[in-house]
Write a protein that binds this ligand. Structure first.
Ligand code: ADP
Ligand code: ZN
Ligand code: ZN
Length: 681
């Protein structure tokens, strides 16, 4: 009987990271989906190329035969397998973990009979996509960008101002592709589930529902399987999804769009900690598909790649309809009345907006009523007993909730430490801000004489299914005068009536120890500004207000001028001097244990074992340190930074270090993981 190398879901922490050998009656081609015995279970597996992926096929004990083939499913392509192999190697995970996580869970869970039924349901012959909606007449900038994408190859950085019409470029790039290549497929990624429904709507309106499928974690297992099968069989010509969609099986993939490519949500934060943006670029290269990265505030990695000519930069600086970008007003809070939450001129500007029937968006990146509840007498604070963090006061249901471990209690009537009845909220979140705004504007009347309507959108307000859609619809319909929200509302939405955006507390990120904090803050503020003045007729009166205690910070100067290139140049210079990404390469090893000592001892022991290896590869290993939130759910967390000037050297070092990490024993250690190209340090 022929022997096959088969990738199976090996536990993430076993040292088995390559395929296992099985016997098979038939010589099945690589990519075939099979069921195989593993231990006492029967699991889903993928036939791999013999001897591929570095690790030789091993199997302890007697050789076993495969249990069955998933009939009716074409093999996964060589390109898909190469993507999985690369992801596992680059992010230091096992092949089986990455491969199986990239497949819809139902492929694994359904019986052969159930799966057969699903397959039969697959839509019969698909008609050519009927373009239902009409494409818009392009602006000159859009047309130039589209032509460059058509004529070129490789990766493009579509550097388009907010409201410059990037989505229309994506739509028409897809349209031209589908018209040109009868079988071709396109993958369009967005950073957050919230943004998929709107985009889905626009693509369905343009191309018809038959050829567009969604892929994100908010879908049921059955929906995911359906989308996956449609893409795998080629009936779906367009896949829209979040980061997981980068692994979609798309045999005729020719175009990949990564919208808002700078967004940190593209980085997976557990399991294989991959960057879907970076994998999209790799996938584009192996499939010879064009890759379009779109953003008004590109990541410094992508900006640098465009500077150095690796990506082709396409600029769309002008808003569609010639509406201008909002005027940015930086307010020096040192000069405002003490305790003012809103500077008087900002408040005044908001009142005028309400009176004129225009909308305002007030933005604060902290949900809940107040981040801390404290006793004025004894100094008690609402610490979480399980985490090194405060529990947030939520007034709506009178709870103290830990945003890290979820621990929730009713707000105590008296101070739990001294019995004082006078415990008070300190600081503010969106809930309190909403209340405050409603108070401050209580006497303002709308043009029709009605009182002001204030609403809030954040993770708490949208907990119920359909709530976000409902709340956004209210904003779009003009039923809200002032919208208070977290960063959830600053991204992507095409609000037409908003003419004022205010960031009330912009400073915390300026002094963060994370070197990426300024980049993130700048992107956030530019994105937020991008929600104002999208209706050209009112754009000239639109404003972005930023309240800060540090108005002289260069970040605000660049923001005032909407000058991302200047900001990027300044940041890149600092990064280059410090050898930080994109000029240097980093990985983190994180360890979790019952005590901080154990977590750190593990990292130090693994580091000691790696010292000769690090020397050979020119890699710097730093000391183990507690993570910024040191304890979560009673687990102590520590991390160790690894740096190198060469991506290749870092990769070779990590590959050599991984077995040493597996071999390092520390009593009481719970788990550890490698994070390559970490986004938060
Ligand atoms: P971005 O994603 O760059 O912020 P959008 O794609 O949301 O911008 O476009 C902003 C608005 O301009 C949308 O309402 C869109 O329908 C409209 N728009 C885009 N391109 C055109 C065009 N060529 N002609 C008219 N309107 C357009
Ligand atoms: Zn007290
Ligand atoms: Zn907690």
């Amino acid at each position: 009987m022929p022997r096959l190398a088969i990738v199976v879901p090996t536990p993430a922490h076993s040292s088995l990271s390559g395929p296992l050998t099985y016997l098979s009656e038939l010589a099945l081609p690589a990519g075939t989906l099979v069921r195989v015995p593993l231990g006492r279970r029967e699991v889903l597996g993928v036939v791999w190329e013999p001897g591929a992926a570095g690790a030789a096929p091993v199997h302890h004990g007697e050789e076993k035969a495969i249990a069955g083939v998933l009939e009716g499913l074409a093999p996964l392509t060589a390109g898909w397998r190469q993507l999985v192999t690369f992801s596992a190697t680059y992010y230091q995970r096992s092949l089986g973990e990455v491969a199986l996580a990239a497949l819809p869970p139902q492929l694994r869970d359904l019986t052969p009979v159930q799966l057969g039924r699903r397959l039969n349901r697959k839509a019969s012959a698909q008609a050519a996509p009927a373009a239902a909606g009409r494409p818009l007449a392009l602006t000159a900038e859009q047309a130039a960008a589209l032509d460059a994408i058509e004529a070129g190859a490789g990766t493009f950085l579509l550097f388009g101002a907010t409201g410059s019409g990037k989505t229309e470029v994506y739509l028409q790039a897809v349209e031209r592709l589908l018209a040109r290549a009868p079988q071709a497929q396109a993958l369009v990624m967005v950073p957050e589930i919230n943004l998929t429904p709107q985009l889905h709507e626009r693509f369905v309106a343009r191309f018809g529902a038959a050829v567009v499928v969604a892929m994100h974690s908010g879908m049921t297992a059955a929906q995911r399987l359906k989308s996956w099968l449609a893409a795998h069989h080629g009936a779906a010509r367009i896949v829209l999804g979040t980061r997981m969609a980068v692994f979609a099986s798309m045999p005729a993939l020719q175009l990949i769009v990564v919208d808002e490519e700078h967004d940190p949500s593209y980085k997976q934060q557990e399991g294989a900690r991959y960057s879907a943006r970076d994998l999209a670029i790799y996938r584009g290269r192996i499939e010879q598909a064009r890759v379009v990265l779109g953003s008004a505030t590109p990541s410094l990695e992508s900006w640098h790649a465009a500077d150095s000519g690796r990506y082709r930069r396409l600029a769309m600086p002008t808003r569609v309809g010639a509406g201008s970008l909002p005027a940015v007003r930086v307010v020096d809070m040192n000069l405002q009345p003490k305790q003012a939450i809103f500077a008087p001129p900002l408040l005044d500007a908001m009142r005028q907006r309400v009176a004129r029937g225009e909308q305002s968006l007030v933005f604060l990146n902290r949900r809940g009523y107040a981040p801390v509840l404290a006793c004025g007498d004894c100094g008690w604070k609402s610490e979480c007993p399980h985490c090194s963090a405060f529990r947030v006061f939520h007034k709506i249901d009178r709870t103290l909730r830990c945003h890290h471990c979820g621990f929730t209690e009713r707000v105590p009537r008296h101070c739990p430490a001294c019995g004082n009845a006078d415990i008070a909220p300190v600081g503010r979140g969106t809930e309190r801000l909403e209340e405050h705004v409603a108070d401050l504007l209580a006497d303002v009347r709308r043009p029709g004489g009605e009182p002001v309507r204030v609403a809030r959108i954040d993770a708490d307000s949208v907990r119920l299914k359909g709530a976000l859609e409902r709340q956004l619809a209210q904003v779009h319909a003009g039923d809200v005068d002032v919208l208070v929200g977290t960063q959830m509302v600053t991204k992507g939405h095409d609000f037409r009536g908003i003419t004022l955006v205010a960031a009330v507390q912009a400073d915390s990120a300026l002094f963060s120890s994370d070197f990426r904090a300024p980049e993130r803050l700048f992107a956030l503020l530019m994105q937020a500004a991008g929600r104002a003045g999208r209706e050209a007729a009112r754009a000239d009166a639109s404003e972005m207000w930023v309240q800060t205690w540090n108005p002289a910070h260069p970040l605000f100067g660049a923001l005032r001028r909407h000058d991302y290139p200047a900001f990027a140049a300044q940041q890149l210079k600092e990064r280059e001097q410090a050898g930080m990404p994109p000029f240097g390469f980093q990985a983190l090893v994180r360890a979790e244990a019952r005590t901080q000592e154990i977590a750190q001892a593990f990292l130090e022991a693994a580091s000691a074992a790696a010292r000769p290896l690090a020397g050979d590869h020119g890699v710097a290993l730093y000391s183990a340190v507690p993570m910024s939130i040191q304890r979560v759910a009673n687990v102590e967390r520590a991390q160790m930074l690894v740096e190198s000037a060469s991506r290749g050297a870092l990769q070779r070092f990590l590959a050599g270090w991984r077995p040493l990490l597996h071999a390092t024993r520390e009593k009481g250690l719970l788990r550890w993981a490698i994070d390559v190209d970490p986004l938060a340090i």
